[in-house]
Design a protein around this ligand. Structure first.
Ligand code: SF4
Ligand code: MSK
Length: 632
C-alpha cells in the first residue's frame, strides 16, 4: 500500500490503517499490484480495434514499429483511442439524460414522479417552440416536451435545440467548422463508425468528429439531463449542508447513495421521511435514518435537498470502511466493482439498481419509474433491518466534517444578483449582467469552472483545492461541480467565511452578493449549467464566449465523461486545463492539434499541466491576455 500521495487528505491515513486491520482490500492495494502502468497505453499508442491486433507502435518517433499491421500510425491510433473515450463519455451522460426524460414522460399529478418546477417546464417548452407552452395542462405539456426531448437523441435531421442558447458568434463558429451536433445517438454512432478499423485515419478529421460528439454531450445530453431534472425534482436554490466522512452518524441507520442518476435517489429521500420507517429504525435501536451522498447522486441530492455529502469518488471505499453503513445503493457510473466484496467485510448491504450497471456480487433491486417508490421503500427496509447486524467493534467514523453551502443553479445565482441590483438605475433584473459588469470592471479578474474526479495518479483533492485557493486569492470567482465540488466543500471553500481567503475584489463581491467565492453548481451533467452561465454572460456583451476571461479546469479527472466534457468546453470556446495528461502524447501531431492548432479554428485549446501552482500561473496569464484583448 503506497500512502505517499495521500498526505493531503486528513481522513485517508486512519481509514486505510483501519482497512488493513479489518483485512479489507482498497484501491491502493490494487494500484500497488498493477506495478508500473503500461507505457504504450499511457501514450495512447496501443490499438486493439481489430483482431489482427493488438498492435502497439512506438511512442517515440523513429524508434520501433511505426505502424500497426493495417498501417495505422501513432497519429491515427491516438486520435481513434481519444475519440472512443469521447464516445464513451457522451454515451454515459446522454443515456443518463434519456432516463431522466423517460421519468418525465411517466409523470402524473398523483404519482411520486411529478412536475416540481412548472415554470421551468413552461420556459423550456416555449424555448423549444411548443405552441401553448403557457396554457397547456401541465402533464400534457410535460409529456409533449419529453417526447420532443427523446427526439434529440435520434432525430434524423437538424442539430441540438439548446445550441441556440449560445451567442450568434459562437453558433457561427460551430456552423463554419461543422461541429454543431446532430442527434446525440447519431453523433456517438458516427464516431464509433468513423473509428472502426479501416475508416478514418486522418487525425484532424477524427479530432473534429470527436469534438462534435463531445458537443452532443454538453449541449445535448448533459443540458437535457440538467434541465429536465430541474423540471422533475426542482431547480436548486442555495442551502446549507455538510461534508466529509463525519456526516455518517453512528447512532442512525446510514444509507449511502452513490452514482449519478437522481431518479431512484429522489424516491429514497422521499421514502426516508416516512414516519413508519423512522419508527421502525427506532425499534431497531437507531435514532433515525441518515441518507448521505457520494459522487454525483450525492451532488444531485445535496443541490435539491441539502443531503449531506459523505465524500467524493476516492472516498467510496472509505465510507464502507467506517463500518457504519447499513446499505450502499448505487445507480450508474463511477462505482468501483470492488465495493460488493468490500461490503461483505462489514455488515453493509450493497444494492445495485440499474441493469446498465449490474455489479457482480451485489444484491440487485431493479429500479423502474413504475416501481420507483416501492423500490425505495424496499431499500430503506433492508437498511433498517440491517442496523442490528452492525459490529460495534468495527465502527470507526472519522470525526471530521465541514459545513458547506450548495445549490447554486444559474437561477439561484441570478436570484442572488437581483438582490444587489440597484433598481434606481437601468440595471435589468433577472440577468447575469451584474456578474459580467464586475468582471469587465476588473473587480473580479475572471471566472473558472473547476470540475472532475479524483485520480490516484495525484494527491487526493490537493490539485482541486490548491487551484481553487490560488484562484480566489487572485480575484477569480470559481464555480464547481462533481467531485471537485465535494473537494471544495470538504476544504471549507463553499462557505461565506471563505471570502477571507480571497483577493480584495472578490471578497467585496462575496460580501455584497452574500455568496461563497466558490459556488457549487451540481453534478457532472450540471457542467451544462456552467456552460449556460458563461453563454449568458457573453450574451450580455453580444460577444463570442471565447473572448471572455473564463477557463475550464479538470485538475484530477479520470473518466471518459471528463474527456467528453473537456471537448465540449473547448468546442464552446473556453480554454480547458487538464491536470492529468490525457493518453495522447504518443502522437506529437495530435497533441499539438489539441494544445495549439485548434485555437485557430475553435478559438480555444487544451492545456496540459500537472503542477497546480504552475497551472494557476498559466491561467492568470490567459485571463489577463483575454482582458487586454477586450480592452478591459
Ligand atoms: Fe492493429 Fe490496425 Fe487492427 Fe489497430 S486496426 S489492431 S493498428 S491492425
Ligand atoms: S462523479 S465522473 S468521479 S467527477 Fe460525477 Fe466524480 Fe468524475 Fe464520477
Amino acid at each position: 500500500m503506497s500512502n505517499e500521495i495521500l498526505n493531503y487528505d486528513k481522513v485517508a491515513e486512519a481509514s486505510l490503517a483501519k482497512a488493513k486491520r479489518d483485512g479489507a482490500e482498497t484501491m491502493w492495494d490494487r494500484k500497488a499490484a498493477q506495478k508500473t502502468q503500461c507505457g504504450f497505453g499511457e501514450a495512447g499508442v496501443c490499438c486493439r480495434i481489430c483482431a489482427m491486433g493488438p498492435c502497439r507502435v512506438s511512442p517515440v518517433p523513429g524508434k520501433g514499429a511505426e505502424r500497426g499491421i493495417c498501417g495505422a500510425n501513432a497519429d491515427t491510433i491516438v486520435a481513434r483511442n481519444f475519440a472512443r473515450m469521447i464516445a464513451g463519455g457522451a454515451s454515459a451522460h446522454s443515456d443518463h439524460a434519456r432516463d431522466i426524460v423517460h421519468a418525465m414522460h411517466a409523470t402524473k399529478a398523483e404519482g411520486p414522479f411529478k412536475i416540481r418546477d412548472e415554470a421551468k417546464l413552461r420556459r423550456i417548452s416555449a424555448e423549444w417552440g411548443i405552441e401553448g407552452a403557457d396554457t397547456k395542462e401541465t402533464y400534457a405539456l410535460a409529456h409533449e416536451l419529453a417526447e420532443m426531448a427523446l427526439g434529440e437523441f435520434g432525430k434524423p435531421f437538424g442539430t441540438q435545440r439548446f445550441l441556440k442558447r449560445a451567442p450568434q458568434a459562437r453558433q457561427d463558429v460551430w456552423e463554419r467548422e461543422d461541429i454543431a451536433p446532430r442527434a446525440i445517438d447519431m453523433e456517438v454512432t458516427t464516431l464509433m463508425h468513423s473509428t472502426h478499423m479501416g475508416c478514418a485515419s486522418d487525425y484532424e478529421s477524427i479530432f473534429r468528429r470527436g469534438m462534435r460528439t463531445g458537443m452532443a454531450d454538453g449541449w445535448g445530453g448533459s443540458m437535457i439531463g440538467t434541465e429536465f431534472s430541474d423540471i422533475l425534482y426542482g431547480t436548486p436554490t442555495a442551502k446549507a449542508s455538510s461534508s466529509n466522512l463525519g456526516v455518517i452518524d453512528k447512532d442512525q441507520v446510514n444509507i449511502l447513495i452513490h452514482g449519478h442518476d437522481p431518479n431512484l435517489a429522489e424516491m429514497i429521500v422521499l421514502a426516508a421521511e416516512n414516519p413508519e420507517f423512522i419508527e421502525m429504525a427506532k425499534a431497531k435501536g437507531a435514532k433515525g435514518i441518515n441518507i448521505v451522498g457520494m459522487c454525483c447522486t450525492g451532488n444531485e441530492m445535496t443541490m435539491r435537498h441539502g443531503i449531506k455529502i459523505a465524500g467524493n469518488f476516492y472516498q467510496q471505499e472509505m465510507c464502507i470502511i467506517t463500518g457504519a453503513i447499513e446499505a450502499v445503493v448505487v445507480d450508474v457510473q463511477c462505482i468501483f466493482p470492488a465495493l460488493p466484496a468490500l461490503a461483505k467485510k462489514y455488515h453493509t448491504r450493497f444494492i445495485s439498481t440499474s441493469e446498465k450497471a449490474k455489479i457482480a456480487g451485489d444484491m440487485f433491486i431493479k429500479f423502474s419509474e413504475a416501481t420507483g417508490l416501492d423500490n425505495a421503500n424496499e431499500i430503506i427496509k433492508i437498511a433498517v433491518e440491517n442496523f442490528p447486524n452492525r459490529d460495534a467493534s468495527k465502527v470507526e467514523i472519522p470525526d471530521i466534517k465541514q459545513d458547506t453551502l450548495v445549490g447554486y443553479s444559474v437561477e439561484a445565482i441570478i436570484d442572488h444578483l437581483d438582490k444587489v441590483v440597484n433598481t434606481n438605475t437601468s440595471d435589468a433584473m433577472g440577468t447575469v449582467k451584474p456578474l459580467t459588469d464586475v468582471i469587465y470592471a476588473g473587480v473580479i479578474r475572471g471566472a473558472a469552472g473547476v470540475v472532475g474526479c479524483n485520480n490516484p495518479k495525484v494527491e487526493h483533492d490537493y490539485a482541486h483545492v490548491t487551484v481553487l485557493k490560488e484562484l480566489i486569492k487572485r480575484d477569480v470567482i470559481c464555480v464547481v461541480t462533481g467531485c471537485a465540488a465535494q473537494a471544495a466543500a470538504k476544504a471549507g471553500l463553499l462557505t461565506l467565511e471563505a471570502k477571507e481567503m480571497c483577493g480584495r475584489g472578490l471578497k467585496e463581491v462575496c460580501e455584497r452578493v452574500n455568496i461563497p467565492p466558490v459556488l457549487h453548481m451540481g453534478s457532472c451533467v450540471d457542467i451544462s449549467r456552467i456552460l449556460h452561465l458563461v453563454n449568458l454572460c457573453a450574451d450580455v456583451k453580444g460577444i463570442d464566449p471565447a473572448l471572455l476571461p473564463v477557463v475550464g479546469i479538470a485538475p484530477e479527472w479520470m473518466s471518459e465523461k471528463a474527456v467528453a466534457i473537456a471537448n465540449y468546453v473547448v468546442g464552446s470556446g473556453i480554454n480547458t486545463y487538464l491536470g492529468i495528461i490525457p493518453q495522447v502524447l504518443g502522437s506529437p501531431n495530435f497533441t499539438k492539434l489539441m494544445t495549439e492548432d485548434c485555437q485557430e479554428f475553435l478559438g480555444a485549446h487544451f492545456v496540459f499541466e500537472k503542477d497546480p501552482l504552475v497551472m494557476v500561473d498559466k491561467i492568470m496569464v490567459d485571463l489577463e491576455d483575454k482582458r487586454t484583448a477586450l480592452g478591459i
